[in-house]
Design a protein around this ligand. Structure first.
Ligand code: GLP
Length: 241
C-alpha cells in the first residue's frame, strides 16, 4: 500500500477528486467504484467543481456503488442512492443507466447479487475504486470476519457500524440492521484503489492497519496489503504516523 498524508481534510479530498477526474479524462469508458459516508462528501463537492471547469466526457463512464441499506426505500434521504444523487449525480451530466447499485430488496436478491458481480466484471474490471473505512476496518459493508473471497451479498451490520451511522437517522432504532454490499472479491479485482480516511476517529484503525504485515480477515481493509495498486490518503488527524 502506498501512503500519503495531505495534512488538511480539504486537500486530501481535493487530491482524491483530482484522481477521479484524471481517471475519467484518461479513459472515457472508465468504470468507477464509488463509496458513500461523510468522508466522501467533500470529495464529491470538489469533483463537481472540477467537472464543471474542465473538459471531460462523462457520457460513457459507468459507476458502481459499494453498498445500500437492505430494504430501505431508495427514495428516502438515508439511502445511498439518494446520497449519490444529492452529492454528485444531480450536479453532473450522467444518465441513470450509467450508475449502478446493488439491489436492496428481497425479491430475487441472490440472482441480482450475482448479476451485480457479473456487471462489475463485464468487459473489464473497475478502473478506480474509491474506499472509505469504518472505525472497525470495514470496507463497503464488509464487516470484520468477512471472508476475502466474499461476493456481493446481504450482510448484518455490527453494533459499531449501526452506532456510527445513527447520525443520519432520527433515532438509532431507525438504522437498518442489514445491508447489501459489494464483496471483497469484487473490490480487490479493481485495477486501482484509493482509500481515503480523514478525522481523528479513523486514526486508531489506520494505526492498526499500517502495523499489519499480512492481511487478516479480522480487519477487512487489510486485504489491500497485497493488492498491487493501492493508495491510502489521509489528513493529519487520521494519519497513522
Ligand atoms: C459506511 C459505509 C462505508 C464507509 C464507512 C465510513 O458505513 N458503508 O462505505 O466507507 O462507513 O463512513 P464515514 O466516511 O462516514 O466515516
Amino acid at each position: 500500500m502506498e501512503f500519503i498524508n495531505l495534512g488538511s481534510t480539504t486537500l486530501a479530498a481535493q487530491y482524491v477528486a483530482i484522481e477521479l477526474l484524471r481517471q475519467i479524462q484518461s479513459n472515457k469508458r472508465s468504470k468507477l467504484g464509488l463509496a458513500t459516508g461523510g468522508t466522501m462528501e467533500p470529495v464529491y463537492a470538489q469533483l463537481v467543481q472540477l467537472i464543471q471547469s474542465n473538459p471531460v466526457d462523462l457520457s460513457e463512464i459507468q459507476t458502481f456503488n459499494l453498498d445500500e441499506y437492505y430494504e430501505l426505500d431508495t427514495e428516502s434521504k438515508q439511502s445511498y442512492l439518494y446520497y449519490m444523487k444529492h452529492h454528485l449525480f444531480n450536479h453532473i451530466d450522467i444518465r441513470p443507466e450509467q450508475y449502478n447499485f446493488p439491489n436492496n430488496d428481497s425479491v430475487q436478491l441472490e440472482a441480482d447479487n450475482e448479476a451485480y458481480d457479473r456487471l462489475i466484471m463485464q468487459d473489464h474490471p473497475i478502473n478506480l475504486q474509491l474506499l472509505g473505512i469504518g472505525t472497525n476496518g470495514h470496507i463497503g459493508f464488509n464487516e470484520p470476519g468477512t471472508p476475502f473471497d466474499s461476493n456481493t451479498r446481504m450482510v448484518e451490520l455490527t453494533n459499531e457500524t449501526i452506532q456510527a451511522n445513527a447520525r443520519y437517522f432520527d433515532s438509532i432504532e431507525e438504522v437498518p440492521t442489514k445491508a447489501v454490499t459489494m464483496g471483497i472479491r469484487s473490490i480487490i479485482k479493481s485495477h486501482r484503489i484509493i482509500l481515503l480516511a480523514t478525522g481523528e476517529k479513523k486514526k486508531p484503525i489506520m494505526q492498526q492497519l499500517f502495523q499489519m504485515k499480512y492481511p487478516d480477515e479480522v480487519i477487512p481493509a487489510s486485504v489491500l496489503i497485497h493488492h498491487p495498486n493501492v493508495l491510502v490518503v489521509t489528513d493529519d488527524a487520521a494519519s497513522p504516523y
